[in-house]
Design a binder for this molecule. Sequence first.
Ligand SMILES: C[S@@+](CC[C@H](N)C(=O)[O-])C[C@H]1O[C@@H](n2cnc3c(N)ncnc32)[C@H](O)[C@@H]1O
Length: 358
Amino acid sequence: MDRQRSQAFMLKLVGDVGTAMAAALAYVGDEAGLFRAMAGAGPLSAAVLAERAGVHPRYVEEWLAAMVGSGYVEHDAAADRYTLPDEHAQCLADPSSEYYLGGLLRAIPNVTAIAPKLAQAFRAGEGVSFAEFGADLPVGLERMNRTVYEKRLATSWLPTMPEVVARLQAGGCAIDVGCGTGVAAITIARAFPTARVVGLDLDARSVAIAEGYAREAGLADRVAFVVAPAEAMPRAPSADGRWDLITTFDVIHDLPDPDRALRAIRGALAEGGTYLMVEPKVADTLAGNVANPFARMLYGISCLHCVPQSLAQGGPGLGACWGPARAAARARDAGFGHFQALPIRSPALAFYEARVGG
Ligand SMILES: C[S@@+](CC[C@H](N)C(=O)[O-])C[C@H]1O[C@@H](n2cnc3c(N)ncnc32)[C@H](O)[C@@H]1O
């Protein structure tokens, strides 16, 4: 036994539990409005912060201590004042920022509360269904991605595929498979005023929320949502019933039969139509991922959520970190003659363009 190694590991383990506590308390700070009350406010006493946020002062003192200990908040000990640096505030307090990560915090209770059930599922070899992760998981997932989809999808991601833009500008048809609460579908409809857009998802709660958003946006006449499995591709509202653009954002690895879904997508594309597959940006191997903090987080989300909910549908549980080589191989096997990574810079997402012809 290497005593030094054992002590170092003990400290790491304590640090990891501290990180888990910090994440839970960052969720509390986000929900309770503490980060928002600190953003741009400069140094504050605990009492002033409690007043600004309308939160019980004793909770604020203890929360601040935990946040200082975890490096989220700075503390000037001489003046006894607390500051949320601007660089941290953009990740924690500003949902309109592309750097906002509050959505990740929002999903923490949903994915971690499942742990006792997951331990049973590990032993029984069962899955845990999407619905079991809590009624508000769809909104948690939405908050992870909404700002980036709204800021990037139509203005910088789709323009890397000029043919897609041309077809949508000419009133083409697009479908987002595994659409969740419909943010991507609605964003496409907003950007292309004559395009007809559909969102499809198996989760009825997500689809109901999506329909509400489409009505609020005044787009319900051009954006429709359907509750259906990914393999049951509906006909497009076009003469040949086929789609000019099919998208999946963070979906294929969750599916019960990814290969069947990919074949269904390929079969539903119009002549010259495009499939845009967006998946987590990771390397193909565990060894290639260990030093990447995104991959570390993704393996966690994958084990807690993606794999169990795929197994619950009778799926293989590909996991969020299935990597670009397997994505390319599965797309080829599904009959896509063209499959290439798009030149889109993102720390977390990988973009693939697929077409039937080579
Ligand atoms: C990780 S979420 C991504 C949601 C959305 N695309 C986004 O980027 O925010 C995966 C979505 O796939 C949906 N899904 C899972 N299995 C499905 C299936 N068999 N058919 C259709 N949708 C499915 C889930 O309900 C969920 O909305």
